[in-house]
Ligand binder design. Sequence first.
Ligand code: SF4
Length: 287
Amino acid sequence: MSHEHRRPAQDRTSAPTQSPDAARLPLLSDCGNCFGLCCVALPFARSADFALDKEAGRPCPNLQADFRCGVHQELRQRGFSGCTVFECFGAGQKISQVTFQGQDWRTAPETARPMFDAFAVMRQLHELLWYLTEAVALPAARPLRDELRAALEKTERLTLGTAEELAGLDVPAHRGEVNTLLLRVGELVRAKVPGRKKDRRGADLMGARLTGADLKGANLRGAYLIAADLRGADLRSADMIGADLRDADLRGADLTGSIFLTQAQVNAARGDAATRLPRGLRRPAHW
Ligand code: SF4
């Protein structure tokens, strides 16, 4: 949504020789190849993150005719910090260039509704691809590699469906299958970390003082870490899937080797030049 990242669209349907990072590149937003879908399809409520109310399906007034953001350089100053946090996992360019083959909703208004509906589904599928692509490459997950590859291929196949097929998918069911697998991956990764590992799955750690905490190999799945003070914390090899990191202070924290962290989680947190991120994630411009 920030329209900050403009890379050429890439086809990732089969790339067995790619490094894990290269394999995940198409799973990051490429706004230059998207028809501004997040700026139209999603609703906003006026808040600290968005300066205005906008209903789903109505273009943001800042979206230009060429699908670029007219206030991109000053999103935060203008009250649109939510736009700098959002990450579509590459769903926007996939819907725009693959599902709808370059036909946009402005010149073909009849495509708008099916395009926006399909975008919501594609984003969820691409999020699963993000996790699965990471999991397949993890040495600790070797015992599950065949199952992970099968789940990755199935998810890839689903993303290549028509807009109608996408809208008709039972995403929660597929997500449930994948999540069971990812849970097992997390256990395998954390088992490699020596010593006692903290289990904070789904824990309420909002505003917690965790400065310098030893959270190496911790289970932080779905933990509420909103505004937690994690300065200098050791989060290496921690399972971060679904952890809510909004306004969490990650300055100086070490997230090397943590698993299932997404760009959106990183964007929502605070950090600095000393924060160590896992490979494949970008240091946000606002840090
Ligand atoms: S301000 Fe509007 S056009 Fe700009 S990134 Fe946010 S939603 Fe998109």
